[in-house]
Write a new protein. Structure first.
Length: 405
C-alpha cells in the first residue's frame, strides 16, 4: 500500500476532532472530584479502549508483545510515563486558561518539541526538512507548515493576552471561573513539553510496528501495539497520582457511592477538573442535593475516555500515510486538536466579552492552523511523488538499455 499523505491529513483531522471534543462529556459529571472523574475516564482512555483496539485489529497481538526487545519496550513505556506527567497538569491548564486558550498554548509547546526534536536527534533535520542532499523535495514545505502552525499558536496566545484585558473581573467569573493567565501559561509550558514525550514514544516504538507488520497486520493498524505500550506508562503515572489525591482529599469513596459528602458537593460539572474554590459564592452556599448520578457519571467518563483514545487510533492511521515524514504527523495532530478545541471554546462562549479585534485574532489563528495542515500534507505529497517518479525512472532505465542491446 503506497502512502497517501492527503488521506493521512484527513485521518489526523479526525483524530483532532476526537481529542478536541473529549473534554466536553466531562461537563456532564456531577458531584465527583477531579481525581475521581479523571481516573474513571482514564481507565477507558489508557487501558480498556487500547486493549480492545489492539486485540481486534492486530494479528497475534500477544506474540507481537512477546517479541518486543526489552530496551524498546521500556523506553516506549518510559515516554508514556513522562507524557503522563504532562497529562496530569493538562486539567489545570484548562482550569486556568479555558478550553480554547489552554489547549492552544499547551499543544503549541507540544507541537514544537514533538515535531522538531526527533529529526534533530536522528541527524535528519538538514536532509529531510532543508533538502540539503536534494532527496527531499517537499521537506522545506513541511518545515514551512510547521512554522505556520507555530505562528498560528502564537496568535492564539496573543489573543489570550488580549482576552484577559478585555474581559476584566466580570468576564473572568462568567465563563472561566479561575482564569489566571500567567499561572496558566506556566502550567501549560510544563504540560506541553512533557506531553511531547508521546511523540518520542512513537519513535522508540518504531521496531514494534515492524514486528506487528511481520505478523501480517495491515499498514493502517501496525501502530496499535505501540499505543498500547505508551499508554501503559501513561496509566501508571496517572493512576498513582489520582489514587494519591483520592487518599489525600478523602474522595476515594466517590466511584460507586450513591451520595457525596457535603464538603465535596460542589465538585464536578465544569470539565475543568477543579475542586470548587472555597471562597466563591457557589462553594459557600448550602447544598441540599447530595445524590451522585453514578451511572451518568460513569457514562460521561466512558464517553470522554473513548473520544480521547480515538485521537491516537486515528493518529497512527494518519502516520502510516506520511511516508518519510512521519514526524510531521505530530504537528498535524496538534493543529487539528487546537482547531476543534477552539471551535468548542467558541461554542461554550469562552470568548464572550472579548473585543472584536480579539475575536478576529482567533479567526486568523484558525486559518493559520488549517493552512498549516494543508501545507504539510502538500509537502509530504510532493516528496512522495518525487520518490515514486525516481523509482519509476530507475525501473525504466534498465529496460531501455536491454531493448537497445
Amino acid at each position: 500500500m503506497q502512502p497517501n499523505p492527503l488521506l493521512g491529513v484527513v485521518f489526523h483531522w479526525l483524530g483532532g476532532l476526537a481529542s478536541g471534543s473529549f473534554y466536553v462529556p466531562y461537563k456532564g459529571v456531577r458531584k465527583w472530584s477531579w481525581e475521581t472523574f479523571w481516573l474513571a475516564g482514564g481507565l477507558f482512555s489508557w487501558l480498556i479502549c487500547p486493549w480492545i483496539g489492539a486485540l481486534l485489529l492486530t494479528n497475534d497481538l500477544f506474540a507481537v508483545l512477546k517479541e518486543i526487545p526489552a530496551h524498546t519496550f521500556w523506553m516506549t513505556y518510559l515516554m508514556g510515563a513522562l507524557w503522563g506527567l504532562g497529562g496530569l497538569t493538562f486539567g489545570l491548564t484548562m482550569r486556568y486558561l479555558g478550553m480554547s486558550l489552554g489547549m492552544a498554548v499547551a499543544l503549541g509547546y507540544c507541537a514544537a518539541f514533538g515535531t522538531l526534536v526527533p529529526p534533530l536527534v536522528k541527524g535528519e533535520f538538514a536532509d529531510k526538512l532543508l533538502n540539503h542532499a536534494g532527496t527531499s523535495a517537499g521537506g522545506p514545505l513541511v518545515l514551512l507548515g510547521v512554522f505556520v502552525c507555530l505562528l498560528g499558536i502564537a496568535l492564539g496566545g496573543f489573543a489570550g493576552v488580549r482576552k484577559e484585558r478585555d474581559m476584566g473581573n466580570d468576564g473572568k467569573s462568567s465563563a472561566i471561573k479561575e482564569f489566571s493567565l500567567w499561572k496558566g501559561l506556566a502550567i501549560a509550558t510544563f504540560s506541553g513539553v512533557m506531553s511531547s514525550c508521546f511523540s518520542y514514544g512513537f519513535q522508540f516504538g518504531d521496531p514494534i510496528t515492524k514486528i506487528s507488520a511481520s505478523h501480517g497486520t495491515g499498514p493502517l493498524w501496525v501502530g496499535l501495539p505501540v499505543i498500547l505500550v505508551i499508554l501503559l506508562g501513561g496509566l501508571t503515572t496517572n493512576f498513582l497520582w489520582c489514587v494519591l489525591l483520592n487518599f489525600k482529599n478523602g474522595t476515594g469513596y466517590q466511584y460507586f457511592a450513591s451520595h457525596v459528602r457535603e464538603e465535596h458537593a460542589h465538585h464536578g460539572g465544569t470539565g475543568g477538573g477543579e475542586h470548587g474554590p472555597a471562597g466563591t459564592e457557589a462553594a459557600a452556599a448550602p447544598v441540599t442535593d447530595l445524590k451522585i448520578p453514578v451511572l451518568g457519571n460513569w457514562f460521561f467518563c466512558a464517553l470522554a475516555g473513548t473520544f480521547w483514545y480515538f485521537q491516537f487510533f486515528f493518529y497512527q492511521m494518519g502516520e502510516s500515510q506520511m511516508g518519510n515524514y512521519k514526524f510531521s504527523s505530530w504537528t498535524l495532530h496538534m493543529a487539528s486538536i487546537i482547531i476543534f478545541s477552539t471551535l468548542w471554546g467558541i461554542y461554550f462562549k469562552e470568548w464572550r466579552g472579548a473585543k472584536p479585534l480579539t475575536k478576529s485574532l482567533v479567526v486568523v489563528m484558525l486559518l493559520f492552523l488549517v493552512g498549516s495542515t494543508c501545507i504539510i500534507g502538500w509537502g509530504n505529497k510532493v516528496s512522495e511523488d518525487a520518490a515514486n517518479a525516481k523509482a519509476a525512472a530507475q525501473v525504466e532505465t534498465p529496460a531501455a538499455t536491454a531493448v537497445q542491446k
